[in-house]
Ligand binder design. Structure first.
Ligand SMILES: [Zn+2]
Length: 62
């Protein structure tokens, strides 16, 4: 029998109680990565695009 390797460290075999990780430590690491990925998504900033459009449509005042 060959147990699959841990999804985080890929060195130790998966433990049944922590699948697909080898230990609670690796499970916590994966959770931390998942959370940081969620909060690392940058907000879409289209202010520059709007400003360019306004500039193109500005009428001359002469
Ligand atoms: Zn591990």
């Amino acid at each position: 029998m060959t147990a699959p390797a841990c999804a985080v460290c890929a060195k130790k075999p998966v433990a049944a109680q922590y699948r697909p990780f080898c230990s609670k430590r690796c499970a916590d690491i994966d959770l931390g990565r998942w959370l940081s990925d969620r909060y690392a998504i940058p907000a879409v900033d289209n202010e520059e695009t709007e400003d360019t459009g306004r500039f193109a449509g500005t009428p001359g005042q002469d």
